[in-house]
Design a protein around this ligand. Structure first.
Ligand SMILES: NC(=O)c1ccc[n+]([C@@H]2O[C@H](COP(=O)([O-])OP(=O)(O)OC[C@H]3O[C@@H](n4cnc5c(N)ncnc54)[C@H](OP(=O)(O)O)[C@@H]3O)[C@@H](O)[C@H]2O)c1
Length: 288
């Protein structure tokens, strides 16, 4: 099977490429240099030319705060290029797995968001990703759309790496405790992707690790595990703070836990709890 991964230098794309290399598949890994999604008019033809049986679209404009200013670019990459990827896949007759986000939801619920719950993004990034999903469905109704959230891994920049760095430099950390979600390890997201592309599943699915956390809970666990694993830790206190004490340009959902009932039924394995996977990632990061 020939699989094309876009966004191959990003944190999820890179992990996907590394994992798929272990499988007996023909892998095409492309980044911005091979195909620039900001030139969305060129994307459909280029994707069709690769003639892959599966396209896994990990490329995206992911700078949530900067998107509030660079909204045209965010929509070009997350909506127009996503539509073009779907058109390319349609032309070549392959299948598409497109990655999306919990930020399409507004965070007003207090129970896990199901795939068909009403989307009401709070910012440009979320809106552009939502319109990307809609464009993909319009062009290719049989596409797989996989929403995930709070992504971290050994590749790229993420919350875990930021907390590890801050904890090695400061005695006190202040972390938001009124935004609730589920940390998701790229290792587990990729395992879910590998499992999904072996099925006939179509439509929208949601994947995160199991469990629920605030950013504060997440930071507490990162620092506790980091100490156990011998990372340098100077931090003695982690202080929970409300979102208004850490203002950012883009509003975040207060509650963005997503239901996994649908995906559990198609995966060929159990989903690990976020604490278990965080520990696995930190072990990998420490080289232990
Ligand atoms: N990070 C999260 O917490 C999170 C949460 C939920 C969903 N997601 C979704 O997960 C997917 C992967 O995100 P990620 O965390 O891996 O983000 P990432 O590390 O920022 O990766 C995104 C990739 O897209 C590429 N890209 C950006 N602009 C491009 C352009 N003009 N042309 C071609 N490629 C371009 C980037 O290329 P460069 O390497 O050249 O910059 C990067 O490799 C995205 O769909 C994102 O919306 C992420």
């Amino acid at each position: 099977m020939t699989i094309l991964v876009t966004g191959a230098n990003g944190q999820l794309g890179r992990e996907t490429v590394l994992a798929l290399q272990e499988d007996d598949e023909v892998l095409l890994a492309i980044g911005r240099e091979e195909l620039d999604f900001s030139r969305s008019d060129q994307v459909a033809e280029a994707i069709a030319d690769y003639a892959a049986e599966w396209v896994i679209n990990c490329a995206a404009y992911t700078q949530v705060d900067k998107a509030e200013e660079e909204y045209e670019l965010a929509f070009t990459i997350n909506r127009d290029a996503a539509r073009a990827v779907a058109k390319g896949v349609k032309l070549s007759g392959g299948r598409l797995l497109h990655i999306s986000t919990d930020f399409i939801f507004g965070g007003e619920q207090s129970s896990p968001y199901k795939e068909n719950d009403t989307a009401s993004p709070l910012g440009v990034y979320g809106q552009s990703k939502l319109e990307g999903e809609q464009a993909v469905r319009e062009v290719l109704p049989e596409a797989l759309i996989l929403r995930t959230a709070w992504v971290y891994g050994v590749q790229g920049h993420n919350f875990v790496k930021t907390i590890l760095r801050l904890a090695s430099e400061r005695e006190t950390l202040r972390v938001v405790d009124d935004q609730i979600g589920t940390p998701s390890w790229t290792g587990d997201i990729v395992r879910a992707i590998r499992s999904l592309i072996k099925t006939e599943a179509t439509g929208t699915y949601q994947f995160t690790n199991e469990g629920v956390a605030s950013w504060y809970d997440f930071a507490m666990e990162i620092v506790a595990s980091a100490k156990q694993l011998g990372f340098p830790v100077m931090a003695k206190t982690i202080q929970p703070i409300p979102t208004e004490e850490f203002p950012l340009p883009a509003k975040r959902p207060a509650y963005s836990v997503m239901s996994k009932v649908k995906i559990r039924a198609v995966l060929d394995h159990q989903i690990p709890h976020w604490r278990t996977s965080l520990h696995a990632m930190l072990k990998q990061e420490s080289g232990a």
